[in-house]
Design a protein around this ligand. Structure first.
Ligand SMILES: Nc1nc2c(c(=O)[nH]1)N[C@H]1C(S)=C(S)[C@@H](COP(=O)(O)OP(=O)(O)OC[C@H]3O[C@@H](n4cnc5c(=O)[nH]c(N)nc54)[C@H](O)[C@@H]3O)O[C@H]1N2
Ligand SMILES: Nc1nc2c(c(=O)[nH]1)N[C@H]1C(S)=C(S)[C@@H](COP(=O)(O)OP(=O)(O)OC[C@H]3O[C@@H](n4cnc5c(=O)[nH]c(N)nc54)[C@H](O)[C@@H]3O)O[C@H]1N2
Ligand code: SF4
Ligand SMILES: [Mo]
Length: 884
């Protein structure tokens, strides 16, 4: 498809790509005339064919200007671009002159566009002459990058999304696909429905929503994937399932087999029968895809886990053919593009190697760069250690929030606070990292800037500007380029638009292609502005026999010998030992409706309804032993920090293991920052931290009071525990603290900033009950409910009272007398769990389709269908720490 005609599917609709996960769904977006967007799935995009998940569906509700950073800020004061950019250029120039190039660093993100990433990488590696640019992909995909390079010679994802549908067996290990890659999950669900003989295995210590479609769930011991895949490789050999024809294309088979045969399989924590069942399925099914994500990568044996998986596919020759292969599903929208531009501290550009002199020379010549680093730079954990030690004196953080997302987050926060000069580019100043910056630069966000992103199956798609950037905000690439020009490199950073950056990147990939690498899109190097505007999604490689398709089925690899490498690996213990002081294994991850630190998804009221608070999942036996009540609060302590989280008692986690999601921050729940608990232990090959296996203690949080509040404007909290979220017409807060304030009325006036409101109060001091309604002009502006136990009132009902007649709020009976829809399961159509339960209970709905028909729930994006199915199948408790 060419020409602008295809840009608009319908009048006013612009084709773009979702802001969130690595599925990379196509979106048709249209300004709604009120600052928002209407969005729908792009029926022509190969990743999603019209589908979107709950987060994609709510994109239009997250683009408003509230809380946006609108102009540059220097030391807390508004500044103009000229002053700010000159200062950035001066500080980096002076620091490099005085302390050398390795005294500065960039910490960037897989949510930047390829164009942003390209400019950042060129500026640091080619012109500052340092490789101190690393990215949050270090916390995300680094182990896969290292594992791919060891086995294939390059960081190449062999397969395509179609393989997930063509497979007869899909193994998901360390992946909660139902919540984290919902559209891919829906594609598998649809394929399984069409071909019921297709089977799914989930390998995960927790029973996740993804297990809903699993024929087999293996609740593996944390960290033990190497042992399991070694057990499989050993069986592949013993049962004669190796592919002798493909073996000609491989090195290292014997060593890898020897290591596999020697493996201690008991480390998996699985029974011999479970392992045998898994091996039977895997070995007995030629078309098998093994999908892996953070349960594999975020580990001190992450790289070995990746190679343990690749070994099995290589030994059987099940790679790069339809319906088979190992498949790393990437997290961020441009995790893959970042790898293509070489945005990691140990990569160069276009999958070239920083330590290879010929590669370095070629890139240096192409860039006409004054200096090139010969060694890798600091990887994320080491980078922030260097910041802590004062070795990094100027730091620019772009599009990521390390004060929340890095392990040992409190320590990282303090390190950033102590750095001589910190620049943060973000779309909002309400992040824990932005609070620490000397200079804030306003970035144009998703929907406001042009660029391209690469999804998990190598498909490059355009993100397009649909709305004008607010205030003075500019695209990240343009900010970086301006700094490059002001530092004296006018020609090297002189691009009129994102299209010109893309052309240069594509041309460089042609230089890289001459070295025989995998990534070469140089046929796009002559794309003009119009061609870029109209660029339709395309998958690389774009030429040759593999065009648009798969890698390695033909036995050609990118190693010096041209053969694939099997790597001998052996399971190792987790880096952080549990001990008497910290006896629980803390696993961390994501929830369905929030994206990372919630700076965008947290703005959409409907995405806050599914799970509105930081929580910890704990097994019923552990909860009983520790005296933890459901919906109470627990205090978790790790070696480097602590957290207070709502208790969710569930047998989805095993005894001795707890799980907490990563999304809360200083702005939404300051004691909910779980990375404060995680030790910064890293994989020896990839430098990726072990974010999934911390050691913690768990104890009841001694709350003297619990509170719940609704407020029309954002409340400012100051108590032991609080979690604040946006509702449809205002804000909701969960609160608790050891000692109740002496004067609740004064506290409420301060909290809600309503000094002159009329207060209607009902209190029962003997029972610790307080109800306060703050009313202005007869209308309810805020209400606060306090009790000694977790507040048991319908949140949805109370939130609905804002703006209504003030007095009604205090009548407990009105809250009790109405059906409470409960936490929202279907975010798209706003259907609560109680509503669904009622329909099941009264026999109106007996199947997923009947529920979709009767209530609409599950009929749009389908992300909630596993949870509805669970309600149908069992009387399981609701997946939310709901105090009501
Ligand atoms: N809703 C939502 N979707 C997202 C994101 C988001 O923030 N929210 N973020 C995106 C990003 S950047 C990423 S990287 C992806 C992550 O996507 P996933 O990797 O699927 O998500 P996680 O929840 O981090 O972890 C996956 C699972 O690994 C399991 N696990 C923990 N330890 C082990 C282990 O030792 N072995 C095995 N086999 N499993 C283990 C956990 O229990 C968890 O269920 O999601 C992307 N999609
Ligand atoms: N314990 C634990 N820790 C983890 C993980 C885990 O599973 N467990 N997962 C890790 C993984 S896989 C990841 S990917 C990271 C994610 O962690 P982060 O990258 O720190 O999280 P985000 O909230 O996505 O941060 C993105 C920031 O960029 C801003 N932003 C959005 N759009 C733009 C833009 O266009 N330009 C600019 N300049 N800024 C923008 C947002 O407002 C936000 O502040 O967390 C990691 N940390
Ligand atoms: S699956 Fe959801 S979050 Fe991921 S790209 Fe598609 S719509 Fe966006
Ligand atoms: Mo990620």
């Amino acid at each position: 498809m060419t020409g602008p005609a295809h840009l608009s599917a319908q009048p006013g609709e612009i084709r773009t790509t979702c802001a969130y996960c690595g599925v990379g769904c196509g979106v048709l977006a249209k300004p709604d005339g009120q600052g928002g967007l209407t969005v729908r799935g792009d029926p022509d995009h190969p990743a999603n064919r019209g589908r979107l998940c709950s987060k994609g569906t709510a994109l239009g509700e997250t683009v408003g200007h509230e809380d946006r950073l609108l102009y540059p800020v220097i030391d807390g004061a508004r500044a103009d671009w000229d002053t700010a950019l000159d200062q950035v250029a001066d500080r980096f120039r002076e620091t490099i002159a005085e302390h050398g190039p390795d005294s500065v660093a960039f910490y960037v993100s897989g949510q930047m566009t390829t164009e942003d990433y390209y400019v950042a990488n060129k500026l640091m590696k080619g012109f500052f002459g340092s490789a101190n640019i690393d990215t949050n992909s270090r916390l995300c995909m680094a182990s896969t990058v290292a594992g791919h390079k060891r086995a294939f010679g390059t960081d190449t994802v062999p397969g395509t999304y179609e393989d997930l549908e063509l497979a007869d067996l899909v193994v998901l290990t360390g992946s909660n696909l139902a919540w984290c890659h919902p559209v891919l999950y829906q594609r598998i669900v649809a394929a399984k429905a069409a071909r019921p003989e297709m089977r799914v295995v989930v390998i995960d210590p927790r029973r996740t929503a993804t297990c809903d479609i699993a024929d087999l769930h293996l609740a593996i011991a944390p960290g033990a994937d190497v042992a399991l895949f070694n057990a499989l490789l050993s069986q592949i050999d013993r049962r004669g399932a190796r592919d002798p024809r493909f073996a000609r294309h491989l090195d290292g088979m014997e060593e890898a087999l020897a290591a596999a045969h020697a493996e201690d399989v008991s480390r998996t924590g699985l029974s011999p029968a479970q392992i045998a069942a898994f091996c039977d399925m895997w070995i007995g099914t030629e078309k098998v895809v093994t999908v892996f994500s953070q349960g594999v990568n975020q580990s001190t044996s992450g790289t070995d886990k990746v190679n343990a998986i690749l070994n099995c596919h290589l030994a059987t020759g099940r790679i790069g053919r339809p319906g088979m292969g190992p498949f790393s599903v990437t997290g961020q929208p441009n995790a893959m593009g970042g790898r293509e531009v070489g945005g990691l501290a140990n990569t160069l550009a276009c999958h070239l190697d920083i330590e290879n002199a010929a590669h370095r020379d070629a890139v240096q010549t192409f860039w006409a760069a004054p200096a090139m680093p010969e060694r890798p730079g600091l990887k994320a954990v080491d980078m922030f250690r260097a910041v802590e030690e004062g070795r990094i004196k100027a730091l620019w953080i772009i599009c990521t929030n390390p004060a929340v997302s890095m392990p040992e987050a409190d320590r990282v926060r303090d390190a950033i606070a102590g750095c001589d000069f910190v620049v943060v580019s973000d779309i909002t100043d309400r992040t824990d990292t932005a609070r620490l910056a000397h200079m804030l630069l306003p970035a144009a966000g998703w929907g406001e800037r042009d660029g391209s992103v690469t999804n998990s199956d190598r498909t490059i798609s355009r993100q397009r500007a649909v709305l004008p950037p607010p205030g003075d905000a500019r695209p990240d690439w343009a900010i970086l380029a301006e700094v490059g020009r002001r530092m004296g490199w006018a020609k090297a950073f002189d691009w009129p638009d994102a299209a010109a950056v893309f052309r240069e990147h594509a041309a460089l990939s042609g230089v890289a292609g001459r070295f025989g690498g995998d990534f070469d899109i140089s046929d796009h190097a002559a794309l003009d502005a119009q061609g870029y505007a109209a660029l339709a999604p395309f998958r690389w490689p774009t030429a040759g026999t593999r065009q648009g398709g798969r890698f390695f089925g033909d036995g050609r690899f990118f190693t010096p010998s041209g053969r694939g490498r099997m790597i001998p690996v052996s399971a190792r213990a987790l880096a952080t030992e549990t001990c008497e002081a910290r006896p629980f294994r803390l696993n961390t991850g994501r929830i369905r409706d929030q994206w990372h630190t919630m700076t965008r998804t947290g703005r959409a009221a409907r995405l806050n309804r599914h799970m509105g608070e930081p929580f910890v999942e704990i097994h019923p036996n552990d909860a009983a032993r520790l005296g933890l009540a459901p919906a109470g609060l627990a205090e978790l302590r790790g070696a480097t920090g602590c957290a207070v989280l709502r208790v969710l008692v569930t047998d989805r986690v095993r005894e001795g293991e707890v799980f907490a999601p990563i999304h809360w921050s200083g702005d939404t729940a300051p004691t909910g920052r779980v990375d404060a608990l995680v030790a910064a232990r890293t994989d020896p090959f990839s430098g990726q931290p072990e974010s999934k296996a911390a050691a913690v203690s768990v104890a009841p949080y001694a709350a003297g009071w619990f509170g719940f509040a609704v407020s029309a404007s954002r409340p400012e909290l100051d108590c032991g525990y609080w979690a604040r979220s946006r509702g449809a017409d205002g804000w909701q807060v969960e609160m608790a603290g050891p000692d109740a304030p002496a004067d609740w009325e004064a506290e409420a006036r301060r909290m809600f900033d309503l000094p002159d409101a009329e207060i209607i109060r009902v209190s029962d001091p003997a029972r610790g009950l307080e109800r306060l309604a703050l009313v202005e002009e007869g209308r309810l502006r805020a209400a606060l409910f306090v009790s000694r136990e977790p507040v048991a009132l319908s949140r949805a009902h109370l939130a609905g009272l804002l703006g209504q007649d003030g007095a009604e709020a205090l009548a407990g009976r009105s809250a009790a007398g109405r059906p409470d829809p409960g936490p929202v399961l279907c975010a798209c159509l706003n259907v609560g769990v109680n509503t669904i339960r009622a329909a099941i209970a009264d026999g109106r709905a007996t199947s997923l389709d009947a529920i979709a028909e009767a209530l609409g729930a599950g009929s749009n994006c389908g992300s909630c269908r596993p949870e509805i199915a669970a309600l149908l199948a069992t009387a399981q408790p609701v997946p939310r720490p709901e105090a009501a």
